[in-house]
Design a protein around this ligand. Structure first.
Ligand SMILES: NC(=O)c1ccc[n+]([C@@H]2O[C@H](COP(=O)([O-])OP(=O)(O)OC[C@H]3O[C@@H](n4cnc5c(N)ncnc54)[C@H](O)[C@@H]3O)[C@@H](O)[C@H]2O)c1
Length: 321
C-alpha cells in the first residue's frame, strides 16, 4: 500500500509508520511537527519513507501529500482535553476544518480513509455495571471529544461519496514510542512513581480502557488489511475488553512492581466525567483483532526505560501535549 499518515511524527503515528514500513508499505508522513521531528529520524533509512512538513489545514500541501496514495490514516490533531481547552480555536480549526480539508482533497484520489477518534466520546457510563459499545450514546464532555464526535458524524455521513471511511475509537494509549508522552495515565503514573516514590491519584474508582501504542498501530493495520466492504462506514472501538481498569487497579499493579516503599495520596472525587468501561467485541469479531500486550506489560517496559534513566528530564514539555 501507499499510505499517507497524518500526524506521523506523533506518539501513535511514529509507531504506526515504523510498523507499516517494516511490512514493506510506502509511507508518506504529513506533520507540522508541533512536538518536534526527532521521532521521524529512525524512519529515514526505510526506502519507502517520505516526509512532508505541512499543516493539514493547507489544501495545497495536502494535495501534494496525497499524490499517488491509496490510503489515508488521519491521526493529526490537537490531542487531549488540556491542549484543546488551552487553544479552543486551534483545536476546532485543526480537528474539524483541517480534517474536512483533508477528506475533501482525498475524494477521488484514495480508496480508504481511516480516522482516529477516542473512547472519551462515551463520556460517563449510564449504568456503571455495564460496558459501552459502538451503539451506545455518545456524550462528549470536553471540547476534545466534541470535535471528535462532530468529525465522526461528518465523515461517516460522507462515506460512499469517495473513500471508504472507517472510524477507530481508541482506548487510552500507553507504552513506549519514539515520541514519548508522559501525560497519558499509565505512562505518567509509572514514571512518576518510579522517579519520586510518591503519587497523587484523583478518583481511583473510575474506569477506563487502555491499549498499548503498538497494538493501537496494529488495529489500524487490521482495518487496512480487511476487505473494503467489511470496514466501509464502520466504527470500531480499538482495544481489548479485558483491558479496562480503574485507577485503583493501576496503582495496585504499580505498587507491586516497586522495590521501595511508596506513598500514594488518594484524593476522593465523587464524579468524574470520564468513567467508562468499553466493550471491544466488535473489532475482535469482525477483524479478529486483540491486543497482544497488557497494561502490566506496558508498566514493565516503561519501568525498564525509566530506571535506565531515559526520562530523567521527565518534566520536559516535549513529553506533554
Ligand atoms: N494518545 C491517546 O491516548 C489517544 C487516545 C484516543 C485517540 N487518540 C487519537 O490518536 C491520534 C494520535 O494521537 P497521539 O497520542 O499520537 O497524539 P500526538 O499529539 O502525539 O500526535 C499528533 C500529531 O499531529 C500533528 N499535528 C497537530 N496539528 C497538526 C496540523 N495542523 N497539521 C499537521 N500535523 C499536525 C502533531 O505535530 C503531532 O505529531 C489523535 O487523532 C488522537 O486524537 C489518541
Amino acid at each position: 500500500m501507499k499510505v499517507l499518515v497524518t500526524g506521523g511524527a506523533g506518539y501513535l503515528g511514529s509507531v504506526l509508520a515504523a510498523q507499516l514500513l517494516a511490512e514493506g508499505h510506502e509511507v508518506r508522513v504529513l506533520d507540522s511537527l508541533m512536538h518536534g521531528g526527532e521521532p521521524l529520524l529512525s524512519l529515514y533509512p526505510y526506502e519507502g519513507f517520505e516526509f512532508v512538513r505541512a499543516d493539514v489545514r493547507s489544501a495545497d500541501a495536502v494535495d501534494r501529500a496525497l499524490e499517488g496514495r491509496d490510503v489515508v490514516v488521519h491521526l493529526a490533531a490537537i490531542v487531549g482535553d488540556p491542549a484543546c481547552k488551552r487553544e479552543p480555536d486551534l483545536a476546532r480549526a485543526v480537528n474539524l476544518e483541517g480534517s474536512r480539508t483533508l477528506f475533501d482533497r482525498a475524494r477521488g484520489r484514495v480508496d480508504r480513509f481511516v480516522v482516529a477518534s477516542t473512547c472519551s466520546n462515551y463520556g460517563r457510563m449510564g449504568d456503571p455495571s455495564d460496558y459501552v459499545d459502538e451503539e451506545s450514546p455518545l456524550s462528549p464532555l470536553s471540547l476534545y471529544a466534541e470535535t471528535k464526535v462532530e468529525l465522526e458524524l461528518d465523515l461517516l455521513g460522507r462515506n460512499g461519496d469517495g473513500p471508504a471511511v472507517t472510524v477507530l475509537r481508541f482506548a487510552t494509549l500507553y507504552g513506549l514510542s519514539p515520541r514519548m508522552r508522559l501525560d497519558l495515565t499509565v505512562n505518567e503514573f509509572t514514571v512518576e512513581l518510579a522517579s519520586t516514590k510518591a503519587l497523587q491519584v484523583y478518583g481511583e474508582q473510575f474506569w477506563r480502557p487502555y491499549i498499548h501504542v503498538a497494538d493501537a498501530a496494529r488495529a489500524v493495520r487490521a482495518v487496512l488489511d480487511a476487505p473494503r466492504e467489511t470496514v466501509a462506514g464502520e466504527v470500531f472501538n480499538a482495544g481489548t475488553s479485558e483491558e479496562n481498569y480503574t485507577k485503583a487497579n493501576l496503582i495496585d499493579l504499580l505498587v507491586a512492581r516497586m522495590d521501595d516503599d511508596v506513598t500514594i495520596d488518594r484524593v476522593e472525587v465523587i464524579e468524574d466525567p470520564r468513567d467508562y468501561r468499553v466493550s471491544f467485541g466488535k473489532i475482535e469479531r469482525t477483524l479478529g483483532f486483540r491486543g497482544l500486550r497488557t497494561v502490566p506489560d506496558g508498566m514493565d517496559e516503561i519501568l525498564d526505560a525509566a530506571r535506565a534513566g531515559l526520562f530523567d528530564d521527565r518534566a520536559a514539555s516535549k513529553y506533554r501535549n
